[in-house]
Design a protein around this ligand. Structure first.
Ligand code: ADP
Length: 634
């Protein structure tokens, strides 16, 4: 029984024979409809498929290729699955309907379509060829496409669809606009070649091959010549699979990025320029985020500065970064950055501080910083800093300073030798002269009372020499750490009267001793201190005649002070008077001295574990004092 008649209740032979009826029915269809006959060879192989009937859609499609009784096998139609016609026909003869995707190339038009075969009889088949035409597109999709076209044109991009099987290409309106072509003019994948820049042809051919082979999604930037102007087109391409998983289409986007790229290029040229400057500069630029308390940018590798790489420094937490700053500088650095809250945009602030490098050495950094960014509320959020490794300069400065100190010491030493020789010369000359006079008097057997005067002079100058020599020896002892104390218990009353005895003519010395119990100290050394205070009090009081000596008890110590009404000491010099070789007025000849006495006193007091100092009003007088802990056994 014929199968079509069972479906439609029509005798297919009638249909075939009545061409007028067939034509009127089949011609209303937009699809290609053919009725073919099967011609087999004597061996049973399929020989030909002569076309018995072709509807008007078929006529349009095949045009001149379709002469009467044309053999369908002679047309360029192949099966997508790769099977042969014979196989397909045999299947059609067995199955109810057979459906296959086919590729056909008719009069140079490559298309793909769907072939449906209905078996009319064992020798006749109805073939329906359905290709995908714009009219097949859902009106909604068409609307979307129109909208897309409009958006594309506005945004300078276009979309395309490449039909893998048919090898045909569809371009959206945006594509035509990018390439300056009239809308809907015929295009193919090879169209890109028309825009290839001389020398780039191979590259474009490779691109087209890549697009057609369509296995994977890809992106590529193409430089193309569009009407004499080089355009940079960014292409994105993705394959689309049909229900059976086969790639049937490649869809893609083209974006004209000429302006963006040029802009980027310009920007990157500038950036490159700045980078070169930053690289060449010995100064490191960094950006510090005040809120997060971390670095967010370094202009170059920081490892030459600190040993840590820029990446490590950028990933350090606030505590880690603060840990690198030298303990003595930490608060200052924190205050420096916190202080930026109040900075104006033009403020440039500077700070020098030490940070610990990876090898635990300290580097001196000199930082110049200014506001870089503010948040929406106007609060400073980021600070930009120019950082200089100042270590070598700092070392050099330190060495210079040490050098200067050395020079100063050497100069002081020279001065000291000058002063010392002068100090020694005066009493020696006096002693010598006195002795010569005495000698002459002795020769002449003179026994004048004046002898006593000269003896007295020689004696007092000799005493000065003794003190001077003792100071020099003490200084040497202190320098070599060889001074020792001889502690003994003694009574302050006797001590004070002995120390003051024979001292300073022309001065009234008022003694007030409030310490009524024995004390324990190096008596000889303490006497040396008190005598030094007293002789200074007299020496630096040219127009006064009174000195007050006071001894008082304190908690666990006793204190002795010597108050004079002399020249006093200027405020800015007071703190230095106990320094070695220090003299308030170095050039003063009015008050000779070596600048050693008070230094030795201070050392003696320190050896006793005591304290010392001076209260002075310039022009009114000074009170020198010392206190010694009470170590007397009770
Ligand atoms: P010098 O041998 O110069 O007196 P000292 O070490 O005893 O050395 O004193 C250091 C300096 O302190 C003195 O040069 C002097 O300028 C100052 N000085 C010491 N005692 C007094 C004082 N009673 N009044 C004013 N200045 C004093």
């Amino acid at each position: 029984m014929d199968e079509v008649s069972s479906i439609y209740g029509i005798d297919p032979n009638d249909l075939i024979n009545n061409r007028g009826l067939l034509r009127s029915i089949f011609n209303v269809y937009d699809h290609t409809i053919l009725v073919v006959e099967l011609a087999f060879s004597s061996s049973g192989a399929l020989n030909a498929l002569p076309i018995m009937f072709a509807n008007s859609a078929a006529q349009r499609l095949f045009q001149t290729s379709l002469s009467s009784q044309a053999d369908l096998l002679s047309l360029d139609i192949s099966f997508h699955s790769g099977q042969s016609w014979e196989n397909f026909i045999n299947r059609s003869l067995g199955d109810e309907t057979c459906e296959e995707e086919v590729l056909y190339n008719i009069n140079g038009v490559r298309k793909s379509g769907q072939m449906v075969v209905l078996k009319v009889s064992n020798t006749k088949l109805i073939i329906l060829l359905k290709d995908i035409k714009p009219s097949d597109i859902d009106p909604q999709i068409a609307t979307l496409r129109t909208l897309d076209n409009k958006t594309e044109c506005m945004l300078n991009f276009g979309s395309w669809e490449y039909d893998v099987d048919a090898g045909s290409m569809y371009w959206s309106k945006g594509m035509y606009q990018i390439f300056n072509l009239p809308d809907n003019s015929p295009v193919s994948a090879d169209k890109y070649l028309d825009f290839a820049i001389p020398g780039d042809k191979l590259l474009i051919e490779e691109f087209i091959m890549r697009l057609k082979s369509s296995e994977y999604s890809f992106e590529q930037d193409l430089a193309l010549n569009v009407q004499g102007k080089v355009k940079l087109i960014h292409v994105e391409s993705s394959p689309i699979k049909n229900a059976s998983g086969k790639i049937c289409k490649v869809i893609g986007l083209n974006a004209d990025i000429t302006e963006t790229v040029e802009f980027k290029k310009e920007l990157s040229t500038q950036q490159h320029f700045i980078e070169q400057i930053l690289q060449a500069s010995p100064v490191l630029i960094d950006i510090y985020d005040l809120n997060r308390e971390v670095f967010i940018y370094f202009s170059k590798e920081v490892s030459p500065f600190v040993g840590y790489t820029s990446d490590t420094m950028l990933s350090m937490r606030p505590e880690e970064l603060q840990g690198l700053v030298d303990e003595d500088d930490k608060q200052r650095v924190l205050d420096f950055f916190n202080g930026f809250g109040a900075a104006t945009d033009d403020d440039i602030r500077t700070i020098e501080y030490r940070i610990k490098a990876i090898d635990n050495t300290y580097r001196w950094l000199k930082v110049r910083a200014k506001v870089f960014m503010r948040d929406e509320s106007g609060k400073v959020s980021q600070v930009i800093c120019a950082v200089q490794d100042y270590t070598l300069t700092k070392d050099a400065e330190d060495r210079l300073r040490e050098n200067e100190m050395m020079q100063l010491l050497l100069q002081r030493k020279d001065e000291f030798i000058n002063i010392a020789s002068h100090e020694l010369k005066t009493p020696i000359t006096t002693v010598k002269a006195s002795l010569q006079i005495l000698q002459r008097m002795m020769e002449r057997q003179e026994r004048e009372p004046v002898i006593n005067v000269f003896l007295q002079k020689a004696l007092s100058q000799t005493n000065k020499l003794v003190v001077l020599t003792r100071d020099l020896i003490d200084n040497a002892k202190l320098q070599s750490g060889k001074m020792r104390l001889n502690l003994e218990v003694f009574d302050l009353d006797t001590f004070l009267s002995e120390a003051i005895e024979e001292q300073m003519e022309g001065f009234e010395i008022i003694v007030e001793n409030l310490v009524k119990r024995p004390i324990r100290a190096d008596r000889r050394r303490l006497e040396q201190v008190l005598k030094n205070f007293l002789s200074n009090a007299a020496k630096y009081s040219p127009s006064a005649d009174k000195i007050i000596v006071k001894a008082e008890e304190e908690i666990n110590s006793f204190r002795i002070s010597v108050k004079d009404f002399g020249i006093g000491i200027p405020d800015d010099k007071v703190s230095n008077v106990f320094d070695r070789f220090y003299r308030v007025d170095e050039k003063a000849v009015q008050f000779p001295g070596l600048g050693l006495g008070l230094h030795i006193c201070a050392e003696i007091i320190k050896m006793h574990g005591g304290d010392y100092g001076v209260d002075s009003v310039f022009g009114e007088g000074s009170t020198f004092w010392f206190s010694i802990p009470d170590t007397t056994p009770h």
